[in-house]
Design a protein around this ligand. Structure first.
Ligand code: NDP
Length: 625
C-alpha cells in the first residue's frame, strides 16, 4: 500500500512505518464526509407503503381462530435465544412451553436472512448451539445460513418444541394479573393467552430498514430488502444460480456485513451490478473450509463447551493457554474491547493503554487496507474500497470473495460518500450527484432498526403489578437484576445484552441466559413459588454495580465514522452491559445461583392469592410493592 500516510514521519513512532497523527486526521476527515445532521432519522421504517419490504416471503400466511388458552411458559421469539430457553426448560421437565414468533417458523435471524452467500461469521463449531446434544457436526468452518436455519429446526424437533407454537403472531401487550399470578398476552391475531412465565427473546436487529432516499417511492423497477430475498424474481437459492438476473441491471445499496456476502453472488449472476457504497467495510481474510472429518472424529465429549469458552475468554481479555480457534476474531481481542465488554489491562495507566490500542488498531487497519490494494486491480476502485476508521467503529467483515468481485467487468463501484449516500431515485434509475445509473432492480442491504424489538423499546408494552408500564418504571433508565428480571414485573424474563453480557458470539451469551432463566423457573417450580421477582434492593444493587464498573467509551464513539454502533454519530456513553465482560459475568451468575437465588424468589404455597403475601421470603418482604 502506498501514500503519505503509511510512510515514515516525525513522531516518536518512527519505527512504526506509519504516522499516527496523519492517520488520525484522515479518519476525522472521512468521518466528517459522512456525518449527516439527520442521524438515525435518515432511515425509513418498513411500514405503510414500504410494508411489503417486511412481509414474509418464505411461509404462506394461514388464518386461525384466536386462542384464549393457558400455558406455563410463553417464549416470545423463536430464534436461538428462544429455542435454547425452551430446550433448557424441556430438560428441566417443563411440559407446557409455547414458542411465539412473527416469522412462519423457528430460526430468528436465520429464518429471515436467506440472501445468496449468507454465512455465519463466527466459527460454526462454537456458534451453532447444542451440537453435541443434537449429534450434529457442521459441514463448514463458517456454515451457510441454510445449514444454520435447518439446525434451528433440528433443535425444535429434538426438544419437541413444535408441539405448541404460535407462528406469524406478534405479541402486542403483556399484562400481569396479580390475582391469578400470570400474564395475559394479547397478540395481533386477537389471542388472549395466559402464561405463568413470559420470556422475551425477540432480538434487536430484526426490523429491516430502508434509506430515506428522495424519490425512493417513484422507482418502477423491482425492489426488496436483503432480509426478505425475492427468489421468485432472481431465481436460484442461497447458493446462487440466480438465472432471473442474467439479463438484469442490478443495484445494491449498502456494503455492510450483508452486502459483503451477497454482492459476490449477485456479481456472478447479474448482467450488470452497481454497488452503491457510502462507507467501505473492513474486509479481512475468511479462510472458510470444509470440516475435517479426522478432526471431528477426534473430539471428546464436552468439546463444544471448551471451544465456546476458549473463544469467549480470548475475546474478553482473559488469560488462556491456547487459542483453539485462531481466526480474525481471536487475533484482535484488545481492539474489540472498544465496543464489546471485557477485562482491561489494568497494569497500564489508561492513557498508555489507549495509546497502545490505537497503534495496534492502526496496524490492523493498515493491513486490511493493504489487502484491498493487493486484490483490487483498478487503483481508483481500490482507493474507494479502503476503510478509514478504527476497527470496531463498524462490524468487522471477512470475505475471500467480496473484493475480488470488483475485478469483474460487470461490476461497478459507485462511491456515494461525498453525497451522504444515494442522492435520489427516479422511475428507472439510482442517482448519485449528477450521475444516473439505469437499473431494473434495487436491492437494499441497508440493515435493521436497532433495539426496536421487545419490551425494552416499548413496541411490546408490558404492564406489571398495579398496571405500571415497564417503560414508566424505567423512566430514569433501565432497572433490572442481571438484565433478566425487574421489580414489579414478576415472572417476566428478558434475553439480550442490556445490563447483562455481550459478545460477538452472541449465541454463547444466549446459551448462558437460557440456562439461568431455566434455573430460576425450575427453582420456583420446585418450591411451589407463585412468582419470581427481584427485590427492589437487589435490583438497585445491580444498577449500582453496573455504574461502578462502567467504562465510558464516549470518546471512541464520537470519533467513529457513523453507523448503527454509534447511533449514526449521535450516541456516546458507556456500554449497557456488565463492563468486566462475559466471563466474569457468567461466573457471577453461577455464584449467584449457588448462593443468593432466594433473594428473588417469592415463595408461595400455591392455591389462594394471599398465600404469597404471608410466605414471602425475608429478602423480598422488605421492598416488595
Ligand atoms: P449495516 O447496517 O451494517 O449496513 C447497512 C449498509 O447500508 C451500510 O453500508 C450503510 O452505509 C448503507 N447505507 C445506508 N443508507 C444508505 C444510503 N442512503 N446510501 C448508501 N448506502 C447506505 O447492515 P447489514 O445488514 O450489512 O448488517 C447488520 C448487522 O447484521 C451486522 O452488523 C451484523 O451484526 C449482522 N450480520 C451478521 C452476519 C454474520 O455473518 N454473522 C452477516 C450479515 C449481517 P454506512 O456504513 O455509510 O452507513
Amino acid at each position: 500500500m502506498k501514500g503519505p500516510i503509511l510512510t515514515n514521519t516525525t513522531t516518536d513512532d518512527l519505527d512504526l512505518g506509519f504516522d499516527p497523527d496523519a492517520l488520525r486526521e484522515k479518519y476525522r476527515q472521512e468521518r466528517d464526509r459522512r456525518i449527516r445532521p439527520d442521524g438515525t432519522a435518515q432511515y425509513r421504517r418498513t411500514h405503510g407503503e414500504f410494508g411489503y419490504c417486511a412481509k414474509d416471503p418464505y411461509t404462506p400466511w394461514g388464518e386461525r381462530a384466536p386462542r384464549t388458552d393457558t400455558v406455563e411458559v410463553l417464549v416470545i421469539g423463536a430464534g436461538f435465544g428462544g429455542l435454547l430457553t425452551a430446550a433448557k426448560l424441556r430438560d428441566a421437565g417443563v411440559a407446557s412451553v409455547r414458542l411465539m414468533d412473527e416469522a412462519g417458523d423457528v430460526g430468528g435471524t436465520w429464518y429471515w436472512n436467506r440472501y445468496p452467500g449468507i454465512h455465519c461469521d463466527i466459527e460454526s463449531y462454537l456458534y451453532m448451539p447444542l451440537l453435541e446434544e443434537t449429534g450434529y457436526m457442521p459441514q463448514w468452518r463458517y456454515a451457510p445460513g441454510e445449514e444454520i436455519r435447518r439446525h434451528a429446526v433440528r433443535i425444535a424437533e429434538q426438544y419437541d418444541l413444535y408441539r405448541d407454537t404460535a407462528f406469524h403472531t406478534r405479541a402486542t401487550e403483556l399484562r400481569w394479573d396479580e390475582e391469578q399470578a400470570h400474564w395475559l398476552v394479547r397478540t395481533d391475531r386477537g389471542d388472549e393467552m395466559h402464561a405463568r412465565y413470559v420470556v422475551v427473546s425477540s432480538g434487536t436487529l430484526s426490523q429491516p430498514k430502508l434509506p430515506g432516499i428522495p424519490g425512493i417511492e417513484e422507482f418502477q423497477g423491482h425492489t426488496f430488502h436483503t432480509s426478505r430475498w425475492d427468489y421468485g424474481y432472481t431465481g436460484g437459492d442461497a447458493e446462487g444460480g440466480m438465472t432471473g438476473l442474467a439479463d438484469k441491471r442490478v443495484a445494491v445499496v449498502g456494503t455492510g456485513a450483508t452486502g459483503l456476502q451477497a454482492i459476490p453472488e449477485i456479481a456472478a449472476d447479474a448482467a450488470q451490478l452497481y454497488v452503491f457504497q457510502r462507507t467501505p467495510s473492513s474486509v479481512d481474510v475468511r479462510d472458510n473450509r470444509p470440516t475435517d472429518p479426522e478432526w471431528a472424529a477426534s473430539l471428546q465429549p464436552g468439546w463444544q463447551r471448551e471451544l465456546m469458552e476458549n473463544f469467549l475468554a480470548i475475546l474478553s481479555g482473559e488469560e488462556v493457554e491456547e487459542d483453539l480457534v485462531q481466526d480474525g476474531w481471536t487475533a484482535t481481542p484488545a481492539l474489540q474491547r472498544k465496543m464489546i465488554t471485557g477485562r482491561l489491562d489494568t497494569s497500564l495507566d489508561p492513557a498508555e493503554r489507549e495509546r497502545r490500542d490505537e497503534i495496534a488498531d492502526f496496524a490492523v487497519m493498515n493491513r486490511i487496507r493493504s489487502r484491498v490494494g493487493d486484490v483490487v486491480e483498478d487503483p481508483a476502485t481500490a482507493e474507494a474500497l479502503m476503510p478509514w476508521y478504527r476497527y470496531m467503529c463498524k462490524r468487522p467483515g471477512f470475505s475471500d470473495l467480496y473484493l475480488q468481485a470488483f475485478n469483474r467487468d460487470n461490476v461497478t463501484l459507485v462511491d456515494t460518500a461525498d453525497h451522504g449516500g444515494v442522492t435520489r431515485m427516479t422511475q428507472n434509475a439510482v442517482v448519485v450527484g449528477s450521475d444516473e445509473y439505469e437499473v431494473d432492480c434495487v436491492i437494499f442491504a441497508t440493515g435493521f432498526e436497532t433495539g426496536v424489538s421487545g419490551v425494552v423499546s416499548g413496541t411490546l408494552p408490558a404492564h406489571g403489578r398495579d398496571g405500571i408500564a415497564l417503560l414508566e418504571a424505567w423512566s430514569r433508565g433501565p432497572r433490572t437484576l442481571h438484565g433478566f428480571t425487574s421489580h414489579g414485573f414478576p415472572n417476566l424474563f428478558h434475553l439480550g445484552s442490556l445490563q447483562n453480557a455481550n459478545s460477538v458470539n452472541f449465541v454463547h451469551i444466549l446459551t448462558e441466559q437460557a440456562q439461568h432463566i431455566s434455573a430460576m423457573v425450575s427453582a420456583a417450580r420446585e418450591r411451589g413459588a407463585r412468582y419470581v421477582e427481584p427485590t427492589r434492593e437487589a435490583e438497585q444493587r445491580w444498577c449500582d454495580t453496573l455504574q461502578d464498573v462502567a467504562v465510558d467509551n464516549s470518546e471512541f464513539l464520537a470519533e467513529c465514522t457513523p453507523g448503527y454502533y454509534n447511533g449514526e454519530g449521535t450516541r456516546t456513553g458507556a456500554s449497557t452491559s456488565y463492563a468486566p465482560g462475559p466471563v466474569a459475568f457468567h461466573q457471577l451468575l453461577a455464584d449467584w445461583r449457588e448462593d443468593s437465588m432466594d433473594e428473588v424468589l417469592v415463595i408461595g404455597t400455591g392455591g389462594s392469592p394471599s398465600d404469597h403475601e404471608v410466605a414471602r421470603s425475608d429478602f423480598v418482604g422488605q421492598g416488595a410493592a
